[in-house]
Design a protein around this ligand. Structure first.
Ligand SMILES: *Cc1c(COP(=O)(O)O)cnc(C)c1O
Length: 361
């Protein structure tokens, strides 16, 4: 392991039989591996005390800054099993860069990109046995950072913890095979110009939960957010970007205007689709245009994408006075094709002209 990280073996690793049971049906975000990586930052020491140790609760002072002012950011990435039984990461440098960008936006110290990647690799190496087999899922990695100083004054904290935990993951949505149903909220927005929409911070998610609850009450899977100013332009879901597929074979996705999270899956799919000769436009798309394009047949598919669920077709969009059905409510072939192309690169089963695949062990 990288000498910057100390390894403290756990006295009580998960019994192998229990681990196998978990890996047979991992679900999402409910089972965790044996270890976590922790690093501490203070103004005096910078990043120090890196340790990989048994996953355990933190002792948190009631005045801990994150509990009051929500200085917190995170990343979501995965380690994948390779055909030779090893482990690989996908574009970890892009996660490292985005983590640094999020830190800057939230007035937090940046983890140097190289340190971020080494930390992720260190944990994956220790948790190799927790990778589900190809076709069974992947090992979801959750790097995060929070203000750990006990102080109630409002200013950037003077102490932070950078932590990585890992969780074996199967399918993200229970009904992955069916098309997702989305709820367009009249009441809520996710991000405004100048706000934190492009940062991966916990606060964005907290602010979206009431909208997600509204979607659930309406019987929908996820909320679809429109822009904050005109309430007209499609932005993204609570945690996934969106794409549209048209009858001429072209694709479109909303542009990164500062209110949308710059998804790495989004960026990868743009590159893959263009590589297959498809035109991909990054352009604003209005919700009323979506309705008329679905009616006229110009829009043939829509899908959401992100690391957790990869690619998920959108079957329906509903809202007050709005009901759109896309491709008969069923998953579309372009979404399936792009998903397969991406998953093949994840596992190292396809040529990788862009250098996205990173063997770890
Ligand atoms: C993480 C996230 C995404 C997807 O990003 P990926 O890098 O593709 O996983 C999209 N939207 C939001 C709001 C997110 O937090």
């Amino acid at each position: 392991m990288d000498p910057r990280f100390r390894f403290e073996p756990t006295a009580v690793p998960m019994p192998e039989a229990t681990r196998r049971e978990i890996l047979a049906a991992p679900g999402f975000g409910k089972a965790f591996t044996d270890y976590m990586l922790v690093m501490r930052h203070t103004a005096q020491t910078g990043w120090a005390e890196g340790v990989v140790r048994a996953r355990a609760p933190f002792q948190i002072d009631p005045a801990c800054a994150v509990l009051h002012y929500a200085q917190e950011i995170f990343e979501g990435m995965k380690a994948y099993r390779t055909p030779d039984g090893g482990a690989a990461l996908f574009r970890s440098g892009a996660n490292a860069r985005r983590f640094a960008d999020s830190a800057e936006r939230m007035a937090m110290p940046q983890v140097p990109e190289e340190l971020f990647r080494s930390a992720v690799c260190a944990l994956v190496e220790v948790e190799r046995d927790w990778l589900p087999d190809i076709g069974q899922g992947s090992l979801y990695l959750r790097p995060f950072m929070f203000a750990s100083e006990a102080f109630l004054g409002v200013r950037p904290a003077a102490e932070y913890l950078f932590v990585i935990i890992a969780s074996p993951a199967g399918a993200y949505f229970k009904r992955e095979a069916a098309g997702l149903s989305l709820w367009v909220s009249d009441s809520y927005i996710r991000a405004a110009p100048g706000g934190t929409g492009a940062a991966k911070c916990g606060g964005n998610y907290a602010g979206g939960l009431a909208a997600q609850a509204e979607a659930a009450r309406a019987g929908c899977d996820q909320v679809l957010f429109l822009d904050a100013v005109e309430r007209r332009w499609v932005e993204e879901l609570g945690g996934m970007n969106v794409f549209f597929v048209f009858d001429d074979g072209s694709l479109a996705t909303p542009p990164l205007s500062g209110t949308i999270l710059p998804g790495i899956t989004r960026d990868s799919l743009i590159t893959l689709a263009r590589g297959c000769g498809r035109e991909v436009r990054e352009e604003p798309y209005a919700i009323d245009q979506w309705r008329s394009d679905a009616q006229s047949g110009r829009l043939v598919e829509a899908f959401a994408c992100g690391t957790a669920a990869v690619v998920a077709s959108i079957g329906q969009v509903r809202g007050a006075g709005l009901e759109i059905t896309i491709s008969g409510g069923r998953p579309g072939p372009v979404a399936a094709e792009l998903r397969a192309a991406l998953v093949d690169i994840h596992h190292g089963r396809a040529p990788d002209p862009h250098g996205w695949f990173e063997k770890v062990s």
